[in-house]
Design a protein around this ligand. Structure first.
Ligand code: 6PG
Length: 246
């Protein structure tokens, strides 16, 4: 029996107001983490939905969030060069990082320049375990941002993928379904995501409506089928959604 989790669902009229609320919640989480531990570890989401949140963080929080104590990571990445248009790093760099007073050593991109996705995954896992080795708490990331596809995938965890059975590793190389332009991916695994203190989902777009409804209702089908339904962080799981999708 899967332990029910408190679903904090925050619904907004549109993507702009959703993004504004998400940016404020990220700010609050950052301040709490830095005041408690002197550091804030944040894993960014890819895709398009987070773009406006990142723009707001860059425009309105560049002098509010303690960026010098913030470390940025990526929950998944496409196996493309960093300057490729499909790169999640490039999207975050252009919308957010390039406008922030954040030290270069606080930015931890997934090293897609390595010769194959398997080596990239091993290298990133080594980096993460090194970074969190002194973490006293039983949680790893302070906050992981996630999107959700209309098939219920999240990060690059796709329905039916064997990676969903992974119990130990933190990072894996996977193939996205052939409908996706960039199939070779590197992704956080469920054990790593579920050891986060907080997870914020940013979900917009009518095509995701049916899947999101069944996930939020925690239907048995959803929990077995949709990776986004398998996300159960230690503390808070907040859904930032707009009226198109719920
Ligand atoms: C990616 C993301 C992926 C994304 C969803 C939703 O690398 O594409 O990690 O999980 O969050 O596909 O994408 P949109 O926000 O573009 O709808």
């Amino acid at each position: 029996m899967v332990k029910p989790i408190e679903q904090d669902i925050r619904k907004f009229p549109d993507l702009e107001s959703l993004s504004r609320a998400a940016a404020e919640a990220i700010f609050e989480t950052a301040c709490e983490a830095v005041s408690m531990k002197g550091c804030f570890s944040l894993a960014l989401a890819g895709g398009n939905t987070p773009r406006i949140t990142y723009r707001i963080l860059a425009d309105e929080y560049s002098d509010k969030i303690p960026w010098s104590s913030t470390h940025l990571f990526w929950g998944d990445e496409r196996y493309v060069p960093k300057n490729h248009p499909d790169s999640n790093y490039t999207m975050a760099y252009q919308t957010l990082i390039s406008k922030l007073p954040i030290p270069a050593q606080n930015i931890h991109p997934i090293p897609t320049e390595m010769e194959n996705p398997g080596k990239v995954a091993v290298s990133y896992e080594k980096l993460l375990r090194g970074f969190f080795q002194n973490t006293k708490a039983d949680s790893v990331f302070d906050l992981i941002l996630l999107g959700m596809g209309d098939d219920g995938h999240t990060a690059s965890l796709f329905p039916g993928d064997p990676v969903l059975e992974e119990k130990e590793k933190w990072v894996n190389a996977v193939f996205a379904p052939p409908i996706y332009k960039t199939c070779q991916r590197i992704t956080f695994t469920l054990p790593l995501i579920n050891s986060a203190e907080n997870v914020f989902f940013l979900v917009s777009g009518a095509k995701k409506k049916g899947v999101l409804k069944s996930i939020i209702e925690e239907s048995d089908v959803a929990i077995k089928k949709y990776p986004a339904a398998m996300i159960r962080p230690k503390c808070k799981k907040i859904w930032f959604v707009d009226k198109e999708v719920l």
